[in-house]
Design a protein around this ligand. Structure first.
Ligand code: SF4
Ligand code: SF4
Length: 230
């Protein structure tokens, strides 16, 4: 059976037009390709059209700023959420001395290990120590607030609402005691949570008033501790 060749057809929507087909081999064809019109072959109209759209959005954004999603930071700052804490501040007593007693609770609990305190002794009989050095590396701080929670004296707070400033040198991200005291105010919290009046109202020796413990045994027996559970 003789092999039949299909007559080559000009594909639809093609710019190529079949002019002639070889009799020896129908696959060999002569085609004519339509050249694009002048306005189609030039990129100038499309380029000008794109530039016009760009210029239109430029003037719209400069004059109305309707579609601008960004802000000119740091001249403009976005509103912070109500729960934003901000830079640490150190609180003062009534005589403007620092309330911190250098108990080391906050550097102990700090997960970022960014609090440095060097304690020193005081001349005040009622206060044993104060922080000679109190620094926080705000670039390492993870703003967890655990230092505030751990403080027994209301000596440190994170309610300034101030963002840590941008710095050029790494060490400039450390906030010092004087800087935190400048942000701080006087705290009306009673130091330690109880007052001297409360202490004066108590019996000198609680065992005189309560000679037996809750189980009815006289005080004075060895106390149960986590080391002595039996
Ligand atoms: S907020 Fe958290 S990470 Fe920052 S100094 Fe306090 S305890 Fe450390
Ligand atoms: S927990 Fe409070 S009192 Fe203790 S070292 Fe820290 S800031 Fe000072």
């Amino acid at each position: 059976m003789a092999k039949q060749h299909a007559e080559p057809q000009t594909p639809p929507h093609s710019r190529a037009e079949v002019v002639s087909v070889s009799e020896a081999n129908p696959k060999v064809r002569t085609i004519r390709v339509a050249r694009p019109a002048r306005e189609e072959s030039s990129f100038l109209p499309a380029t000008l059209k794109g530039l016009a759209i760009t210029v239109k959005h430029f003037f719209k954004n400069v004059t109305t700023k309707a579609d601008i999603e960004t802000i000119s930071y740091p001249e403009e700052k976005p509103p912070y959420p109500a729960r934003h804490r901000g830079l640490h501040r150190l609180m003062k007593r009534e005589d403007d001395t620092v309330r911190c007693v250098a108990c080391m609770c906050c550097p102990t609990v700090c997960p970022a290990d960014c609090i440095t305190i060097i304690p020193a002794e005081t001349d005040d009989d009622g206060v044993e120590k104060y922080p000679a050095v109190f620094e926080i590396d705000e670039l390492r701080c993870v703003v967890c607030g655990l230092c505030v929670e751990a403080c027994p004296c209301d000596a440190i707070r994170m309610d300034s609402g101030l963002h840590a400033p941008a710095v050029e040198e790494r060490q400039d991200g450390i906030i010092t005691k004087d800087e935190m005291l400048a942000l701080g105010g006087r705290s009306i919290a009673v130091q330690g949570g109880i007052s001297e009046e409360w202490r004066q109202d108590q019996p000198q020796n609680p065992r005189d008033e309560f000679p037996h413990d809750r189980e009815g045994a006289p005080y004075g027996r060895p106390a149960k501790t986590w080391r002595n559970q039996s």
